[in-house]
Design a protein around this ligand. Structure first.
Ligand code: PXP
Length: 243
């Protein structure tokens, strides 16, 4: 069974629009648990545009499921992660001006810095995944750095024009097979929604998907419990069909 990580960042985005205390991403996370979320994912960004440290601390106290912290691989964020103690950390590239994470981490170019961050987090008992494009060089470098997992960036597949979808899906498939063959756990995420998740969830090596925006958007219409249930059912259906 693929684990579904529900990312509640954008509940905090709505809260931060007014700088008050509603809607509460922790309350949303607890409803996501009721809907069947297997873990809760949040991204503590450098500019704190949505999730704040106190959200991560409250999630740590109140969740029954695991907590996955997306973070830049910087010294400041590593210190926060060591204090906040998520179960998992996913290292992502981060630029202040971006609307959302754009592209995977360049593990090859930043190998020295990332090696140290991976070792410090793993030394504290935090499982580490690296968010990378389904590019063989990045996947091999992730293995070499000692990561537990890679989260394959599915955004290029999700945003692809019709004539490129099959090629981008094949890239994710090959990346998943390569990563699993190297002994890495394979996760996926970014841009997934009810229209595009099925072929990704049918990839045998993928054991975890992290999905945020589309679930939060749907939750405005049908509530968080139902939005998570819908996504879980689609993923389960794809897995069964994929054998
Ligand atoms: N995985 C990673 C590493 C991300 O950075 C994000 C966005 O925060 C997601 C998954 C979720 O992406 P989306 O909000 O498009 O579902």
């Amino acid at each position: 069974m693929i684990r579904l990580g529900v990312n509640v960042d954008h509940v905090a985005t709505v809260r931060q629009a007014r700088m008050i205390d509603i809607p509460d991403p922790v309350e949303a996370a607890l409803l996501a648990e009721t809907g069947g979320a297997d873990l809760i994912t949040v991204h503590l960004r450098e500019d704190r545009r949505h999730i704040q440290e106190y959200d991560v601390a409250r999630l740590r106290e109140r969740l029954s499921v695991g907590l996955n912290l997306e973070m830049a691989g910087t010294g400041e964020m590593t210190a926060h992660a060591l204090a906040l103690r998520p179960d998992d950390a996913c290292l992502v590239p981060e630029r202040r001006e971006e609307l959302t994470t754009e592209g995977g981490l360049d593990v090859v170019a930043h190998a020295d810095q990332l090696r140290e961050v991976v070792a410090r987090l793993r030394g504290a008992g935090i499982r580490v995944s690296l968010f990378v494009d389904p590019d063989p060089r990045q996947i091999e470098a992730s293995r070499e750095l000692g990561a537990d997992a890679v989260e394959l960036h599915t955004g290029t597949y999700c945003d692809a024009a019709v004539d490129r979808v099959a090629r981008e899906l094949e890239a994710v498939r090959r990346g998943a097979a390569l990563a699993a063959g190297l002994g890495l756990e394979v996760h996926g995420g970014h841009g997934l929604n009810t229209e595009n998740v099925t072929p990704i969830a049918a990839i045998e090596e993928i054991v975890e998907l992290n999905i945020g925006h589309s679930i939060v958007a749907r939750s405005i219409m049908v509530g968080m419990v139902e939005a998570v249930r819908e996504m879980k059912a689609l993923i389960a259906g794809a897995e069964t069909a994929g054998g």
